[in-house]
Design a protein around this ligand. Sequence first.
Ligand SMILES: NC(=O)c1ccc[n+]([C@@H]2O[C@H](COP(=O)([O-])OP(=O)(O)OC[C@H]3O[C@@H](n4cnc5c(N)ncnc54)[C@H](OP(=O)(O)O)[C@@H]3O)[C@@H](O)[C@H]2O)c1
Length: 289
Amino acid sequence: MAPAKILLQLDGDAQPSVFDSVVAVDSGVDQLFRHGSVEAEQVAGLVHGLLFTRKPDDLRYSAVFVGGSNVSQGEALFKAVKKAFFGPFAVSVLLDPNGSNTTSAAAVHLAGKHVDLENAKALVLGGTGPVGQRVARLLAGSGAEVRIGSRSLDRANVTCEAISKQVSSGNLVPISNAESSDLAAALEGVQIVVAAGAAGVQLLSEEERKQAKDLVVAIDLNAVPPLGLEGVDMQDKAKLRDGAACYGALGVGGTKMKIHRTALEKLFEQNNQIFDAEEMLDLAKKLEE
Ligand SMILES: NC(=O)c1ccc[n+]([C@@H]2O[C@H](COP(=O)([O-])OP(=O)(O)OC[C@H]3O[C@@H](n4cnc5c(N)ncnc54)[C@H](OP(=O)(O)O)[C@@H]3O)[C@@H](O)[C@H]2O)c1
């Protein structure tokens, strides 16, 4: 009989995410070890508990999920998990703090259904946040020219520089979206718009969206009214509006959940897989919609 599938859920928040736990159980995890308030220096001890208890051939039945609401804290835990491995002693790991990787992979995958990403021009509004940065990274990694919108050109610049160091393709351009006139210029020639601004913040009015003549796909990740893209319904899923296929946050949500569940299932196929945003995008491309 195969050993039980054990998932070590590491979360920087005091209470590990119930959402992530439910998805894990629904994805076939037999035993979930939930740890909250985890700090990077505690990770090696926790991970070694997985590595030293099963023979190498059975390590694929143990895996780690890193979540939490704070994305940079999650990244630090993720780094510490990978550092705890040595030689053949490793388990597969999935990183999805605050749903940032599954959400960005879903958004970019859906955009790619309408536009050839390699030759696309995209605008990511709210592109300085953890989700927007990942959307921009995945788009640039797919070869697109990506304009990163922020209320502050300096912040957009810093984000572009940081992402440029992480990808070898694409082209990153900082944009200020403080004024409507800035937005009109930023939208010129753009086929993809992704609104990744904070919850409850409108970033593009319906009028501004209608002016974007080259727009093919518009994706809003904000599910809290007012929505990020005015006139796009949160339930929209490839709904044609003013010539562009539109997606609302709930329209993206189905794909996001599918990526999350499939990545969790795949964790237990081998003991050496890493699921960060790029791997989740690859996985999304293989999923049947
Ligand atoms: N469906 C899902 O499962 C899921 C999962 C995760 C996130 N989300 C959604 O995805 C979106 C992005 O998430 P996030 O965590 O990356 O967001 P975030 O960090 O809260 O905000 C993203 C960016 O929005 C801009 N912003 C903040 N307040 C603003 C304001 N009042 N006016 C204009 N711009 C403002 C900021 O950029 P500047 O300061 O540089 O302008 C910020 O970097 C959110 O709407 C979130 O709810 C959905």
